[in-house]
Design a protein around this ligand. Structure first.
Ligand code: NAD
Length: 356
């Protein structure tokens, strides 16, 4: 049986990967997670019941504790997602980003390297260290620039993207210098169920349903390339199992939209699923002072992963967003007042178009 370490498996993307692997493989999954504010164990409820799943509540910066987990479980591969990941938090408090994203990745690389050297035969040959990163390391694009490819030079803008860029460099150096068998993926903006409520799409859904303003940075024209989180989980699985050692793969859904377009799409779905007596939810949109250093445009060229590994996203932005809004509305209705509950349930039953 394959034993996989997933760091950050209680986060938004990590939990989607755990759910994917528990469903589609017979692997043993060891989730190494510090359980910061960004973790949500509710997203792992199904997995937690299985004997194939184990949670090690460990900080990736704690070398001794990480070494102990390697010693205990003898992994066949590591998929490294643990990170501080919210750009706004990196602006107000960069220190934890430097610590977790850079020192934490270094600590994990060193532990993995010593462990890998100690292996022999097939176990050593098949070992992989898969580093999960972001397209934000490339900086931003002008309106007519070609999309980011794997050879686009790094030019990060925020403390978050600079710390992720540093971690990518460390991983490449550990491959080049020590021959550690690594693969790296750089993915565009994810969305989907269980995303932290500070992020754009869940923030807008929750505020809209609460009757609050929908704050959009600057003029809302910043463009992002969106990918449904389950498509990302599938791409990570394919990269880990089929990707070539030392290679980087960009992952993206070719769904480029401006932030204001995304917010309007969310409002349109809410208008359909949970009609408000006050009118359309778009009336709640307000524009607020832009984020400092805000990147204008990201877009991913996904030719390499689609052609070499045969990965393709299953969701369009419209189908994935419908699933996401539907899921968030249900969760909101379960969490919040009894008064809106019957209205929400009724609207969902009436308007449901087959996307649970
Ligand atoms: P997240 O913030 O939702 O989850 C991060 C997880 O890491 C949490 O469970 C947290 O408890 C854990 N963690 C944080 N610091 C830790 C530490 N020191 N030790 C152990 N665990 C720690 O992040 P996410 O959105 O799921 O992103 C996962 C990875 O994917 C990150 O590396 C991120 O850079 C990358 N990524 C994210 C996106 C996106 O749109 N969210 C896009 C591309 C790449």
């Amino acid at each position: 049986m394959t034993t996989l370490f997933i760091t950050g498996g209680a986060g938004f993307i990590g939990s989607a990967v755990v759910r994917f692997l528990m469903t589609h493989t017979d692997w043993q999954i060891i989730n190494i997670d510090k359980l910061t504010y960004a973790a949500n164990l509710d997203a792992l409820e199904g997995a937690a019941a299985s004997k194939r799943y184990h949670l090690a509540q460990v900080d990736i910066c704690d070398g001794a504790a990480i070494e102990q987990v390697f010693h205990q479980y003898q992994p066949d591969a590591v998929m490294h997602l643990a990170a501080e990941s919210h750009v706004d938090r990196s602006i107000s408090g960069p220190a934890t980003f430097i610590e977790t994203n850079i020192v934490g990745t270094y600590t994990l690389l060193e532990t993995a390297r010593h462990y890998w050297i100690s292996l022999s035969g097939q176990k050593r040959e098949k070992f992989r260290f898969h580093h999960v990163s972001t397209d934000e390391v490339y900086g931003d694009l002008a309106p007519n620039d070609p999309a980011f490819s794997e050879t686009t030079p790094y030019s990060p803008s925020s403390p978050y993207s600079a710390s992720k860029a540093s971690s990518d460099h460390l991983v490449r150096a550990w491959h080049r210098t020590y021959r550690l068998p690594v693969v790296i993926t750089n993915c565009s903006n994810n969305y989907g169920p269980w995303q932290h409520e500070e992020k754009l799409i869940p923030l807008m859904i929750n505020r809209a349903l609460a009757g609050e303003d929908l704050p959009v940075y600057g003029n809302g024209q910043q463009r992002r390339d969106w990918l449904y989180v389950e498509d990302h989980a599938h791409a990570l699985y394919q990269t880990l199992t089929q990707g070539s050692i030392g290679q980087t793969y960009n992952i993206g859904g070719s769904n480029e939209y401006s932030n204001i377009e995304v917010v309007k799409k969310v409002c349109a779905l809410l208008d359909e699923l949970v009609p408000s007596a006050q009118g359309t939810y778009t009336e709640q949109i307000t524009f607020v002072k832009d984020r400092p250093g805000h990147d204008q445009r990201y877009a991913i060229n996904n030719n390499k992963i689609t052609q070499e590994l045969g990965w393709l996203p299953k969701e369009t932005f419209d189908s994935g967003l419908r699933k996401t809004v539907h899921w968030a509305v249900r969760l909101h209705s379960l969490k919040h007042d009894n008064e809106t509950q019957p209205r929400v349930e009724m609207a969902l039953i009436t308007n449901h178009k087959g996307h649970p």
